[in-house]
Design a binder for this molecule. Structure first.
Ligand code: NAP
Ligand code: MG
Length: 400
């Protein structure tokens, strides 16, 4: 069989721990035998980030801007324990945070639905796609520990040196403060990414903040969304019979639980972080959630929504068998390959992506799956496979 040719390289961002092991297996067993894979490789493994003073992360994001499509493996976000474990020069920032800041995009996450794994929220009949604003707020905040008595203020100095001030709190003892920001430009592009994605996928969109409490910060999000919607999207939505619906975040949470699904839920950065884990867990497993970062200029970065699965990696290092689910990482590759095929007009590449997804789901639906799914499936006669064997079963399905 002749391998599928590619014209433009994919930006390949390798990562850490168990997902790095899966990454190589997926390439060796499911991609390289079928595709003349063209990638520009960036090693975002923590050791290499440390060696390059994290420059490699910035370079990989810039390469994504250049080529338009990237696929990323999960990476460690260092904390104090990781600084010790990897003898890091610094507690490097979250690679995802760095990449998101450079691409200024919105992250769309949707559960991968498969027969035999039903959401534990019974009324969710269709997937709920989460759109997470990927810039600013608490992810770009500065914080201080207040040692004792004193006054904390917000100060803005304009270009001409004029100051405006707002007292945050007069402390009579120790405490903490945090300053965060967002920009109208980023919020506008978030709104556009969401509305465009809604039109593309013909789904209604819900958006929620806490504008009753945060009368300037959150209210700005609400106003910008409404403005962009009225000016640029209202007609398109009405033609398609889809709607834009704004409500308070707590009301949204309550309504989502009672809904049948099948819409996009746009969330501010933190809400999206938290709610996507809720939606994915309710749909079975963190490993059954796709994630794509879409920039307002139409640049795409595909990844799995879960982390590096550290606990499994330590078992793997001890020589023990692991049963780690590779579905979301496989779907990151298929998403990226399909988009590359679309942009470069290579229909075989798009067909390959469809086929690999179908084969992956067919393996699960036939009762062959990893442990995380075996624990929750409604199927009987299930075979629990280890990490490698699951991928090999997909390979067999592909060869059929
Ligand atoms: P995690 O890697 O998502 O794993 C948490 C737990 O969820 C696992 O211990 C496992 O449960 C289950 N799980 C997640 N993915 C699975 C899969 N593919 N197959 C089977 N089970 C799966 O989160 P974490 O352990 O909190 O974080 C580990 C590292 O990942 C951290 O250093 C963090 O910084 C990083 N992280 C990276 C990203 C990213 O790059 N996008 C996102 C989140 C976290 P059991 O142990 O019960 O089997
Ligand atoms: Mg998270």
């Amino acid at each position: 069989m002749e391998k599928i040719k590619m014209t433009t390289p994919l930006v390949e961002m390798d990562g850490d721990e168990m997902t790095r092991i899966l990454w190589q297996m997926i390439k060796d067993e499911l991609l390289l035998p079928f595709i003349d894979l063209k990638t520009e490789y960036y090693d975002l493994g923590l050791e290499h980030r440390n060696e390059t003073d994290d420059q490699v992360t910035v370079d990989s994001a810039n390469a994504t801007l250049k080529y338009g499509v990237a696929v990323k493996c999960a990476t460690i976000t260092p904390n104090a324990a990781r600084v010790e474990e990897y003898k890091l020069k610094e507690m490097w920032k979250s690679p995802n945070g760095t990449i998101r800041a450079i691409l200024d995009g919105t992250v769309f996450r949707a559960p991968i639905q498969v027969k035999g794994i039903e959401p534990c929220v019974k009324n969710w009949k269709k997937p709920i796609t989460l759109a997470r604003h990927a810039y600013g707020d608490v992810y770009k905040s500065v914080e201080m520990k207040v040692p004792g008595k004193g006054k904390a203020e917000l100060v803005f100095t304009d270009e001409n040196g004029n100051e405006s001030r707002e007292v945050i709190h007069v402390f009579d003892g120790p405490g903490v403060i945090q300053g965060m920001h967002n920009t109208n430009r980023s919020i506008e592009s978030f709104a556009r990414c969401c509305f465009t994605y809604a039109v593309d996928t013909k789904q209604s969109i819900w958006f929620a903040t806490k504008d009753t409490i945060s009368k300037k910060y959150d209210h700005t999000f609400k106003d910008i969304f409404q403005e962009v919607y009225d000016k640029e999207y209202k007609d398109k939505f009405e033609k398609l019979g889809i709607e834009y619906f704004y409500t308070l975040i707590d009301d949204a949470v309550a309504r989502v639980m009672k809904s049948p699904g099948g819409f996009i839920w746009a969330c501010k950065n933190y809400d999206g972080d938290v709610m996507s884990d809720m939606v994915s867990s309710a749909c079975g497993s963190l490993a059954m959630m796709t994630s794509v970062l879409v920039s307002p200029t139409g640049v795409y970065e595909y990844e799995a929504a879960h982390g590096t699965v550290q606990r499994h990696y330590y078992k793997h290092l001890k020589g023990e068998e692991t049963s780690t689910n590779s579905v979301a990482t496989i779907f990151a590759w298929t998403g990226a390959l399909r988009k590359r095929g679309e942009l470069d007009d290579i229909p075989e590449l798009m067909k390959f992506a469809d086929k690999l997804e179908k084969c992956t789901l067919a393996v699960i639906e036939s009762g062959r799956m990893t442990k995380d799914l075996a624990l929750i499936t409604s199927l009987e006669d299930v075979t629990v496979l280890n990490s490698k064997d699951f991928i090999l079963e997909i390979r067999k399905e592909m060869e059929k």
